[in-house]
Structure formats: structure tokens, C-alpha cells
Design a protein around this ligand. Structure first.
Ligand SMILES: [Zn+2]
Length: 119
């Protein structure tokens, strides 16, 4: 999948990795989602120059994106409840196609790139 890009400068990621031992699991326009060794998620906002603890939704999003990049981290992802339904926006895949043929994560709040919606 080609929906990942890391516009936050590599030297910033390297500095944070060295200081806090984090793994860069996903990036957006100016955000980097960083997984700590304890499983917490930090969000680095390069435009603001700040790193903060992730919200519950940001942490879940980072876990799902991390598992897409590192399959061994699948254990972090939320378990799909038996009565959950496939997200209609991404048809259960967690990503949506672009006109150029690449895919990007499903950004609907109910899905949060999981591919399913909680009942
Ligand atoms: Zn979706």
C-alpha cells in the first residue's frame, strides 16, 4: 500500500527516536505518529514543533497504521466486535482508492482506518 509518507524531516524523527526510543509508525502532512516502547503513542506536530500524547482515537489510528506497516504489531489493533459492520466508505478495507491508483487510509471518524464501524 502506498498511503504512507513521512514529510516530517527524518532528522526530527531520528532525534525523537534517540531521545524517547520511539518508532515512527505513520505520517500525515505535518504529523508523525510515534509508538513508544510501552505502547503509548506520541503525536509530533512538525508545524507547531510540539510532541504530545495521543488521544484515544489517535492512538487507535496509530495502532492500525502501525500494523499495516509492521504486521507483527497486529496485536495492538482493536478487536472487531461480532456485531460491527464494514465501513461503507472503504468497504471494510480501511483505505480508499485515489484516481492515480494509490490508496489512502479511510479518514471517516467512525472507521478510523480500521475498516469497520462499532455497533
Ligand atoms: Zn472506512
Amino acid at each position: 500500500m502506498s498511503d504512507e509518507h513521512f514529510p516530517v524531516p527524518p532528522e526530527v524523527i531520528r532525534r525523537l527516536a534517540g531521545e524517547q526510543g520511539v518508532l515512527n509508525v505513520f505520517g500525515t502532512i505535518s504529523l508523525a505518529y510515534l509508538l513508544t516502547p510501552s505502547g503509548e503513542v506520541l503525536v509530533h506536530d512538525d508545524a507547531e514543533g510540539v510532541t504530545t500524547a495521543a488521544t484515544v482515537d489517535e492512538r487507535e489510528f496509530a495502532y492500525v497504521r502501525a500494523a499495516a506497516r509492521y504486521p507483527e504489531l497486529q496485536v495492538l489493533t482493536p478487536v472487531r466486535p461480532p456485531d460491527a459492520v464494514d465501513c461503507p466508505a472503504c468497504r471494510g478495507t480501511g483505505s480508499v482508492p485515489l484516481e492515480n491508483g494509490s490508496r489512502v487510509f479511510c479518514g471517516t471518524a467512525q472507521c478510523n482506518s480500521r475498516g469497520w464501524i462499532r455497533p
